[in-house]
Design a protein around this ligand. Sequence first.
Ligand SMILES: [Cu+2]
Length: 331
Amino acid sequence: MDGVAGLNQPAIPAGKTFVYEFTAKRPGTFMYHPHADEMVQMAMGMMGFWVTHPKDKHPLIDVVQRDFCFLLSAYDIEPGAATPKVAEMTDFNLWTWNSRVFPGIDSLNVRLNDKVRVRIGNLTMTNHPMHLHGHEFVVTGTDGGPTPKSTRWHEVTADVAVGQMRQIEFVADEEGDWAFHCHKSHHTMNAMGHDVPTLIGVDHTGLARKVNKLIPEYMVMGERGMADMAEMEMPIPDNTVPMMTGQGPFGSVEMGGMFSVLKVRRDQQPGDYKDPGWFKHPAGTVAHEYTGPLAEPARFSAEGGQSMPRERKPATPTEVKVRKPTSHGAH
Ligand SMILES: [Cu+2]
């Protein structure tokens, strides 16, 4: 019944209901999605997660106090639109966990010294290196089921390839608010224009004001980078999330997409998944500004040199034609 329409079963016509019956033979984490008009249906978010728990104690499955599931999916939704574009192959603009993006996603709230399991299934069209701060974890399960103990080593990032599932486990033995996110930096951002010029280092003081007289609500990318956009919460169409946003205890978090927070608390009750609020950092544990003298950067004398000497030739005038990519239209 692990089927493809036409190959193993007739396709399910619109408005009909089909019955699938099978024996859940082994414990593990599984994903399901249609194999009919697949690209369109998955671009619209038709997919789900399935967890089979062992009936009895399993030698490779530890008891955990917290068990989280993340199904990774991606969408291409024009800012202001409500329907995903279904013909997209690689250039998605919303990277989601359980079809949610930061900050519209729950934090992972656990009790200090809980054993925590996170199951991550990837039904997007690219891989996602999932990264946890503050802890090291082991991969205890794959699509094939629980991994033998001899194959487990500690990591802080586990790549989850297309169509794969990875189950990670760790003991939450560090109190705090710990980032948990995909390590691809554009996957912790929400929809943005791709044709944004890089204006880092460009002084455009007064420019936005002048352009604003002609085009109200115009905004240039900040000279210090895109984070300016998060701080300013630029005007966006309805049904759109900001590219980067989220208000943390120390200011703008400047995140989006595949990002959440693991909150480890001493007084979180067993089985209580409620958000405990921000962590109260003990005195002396938060990074702070250094106001003492700054040393000159130490530079190695050969820095910027080459591993082999260049052939010294007089320069000849050469004409170079460079074609700059202008859009993502040619994927
Ligand atoms: Cu990612």
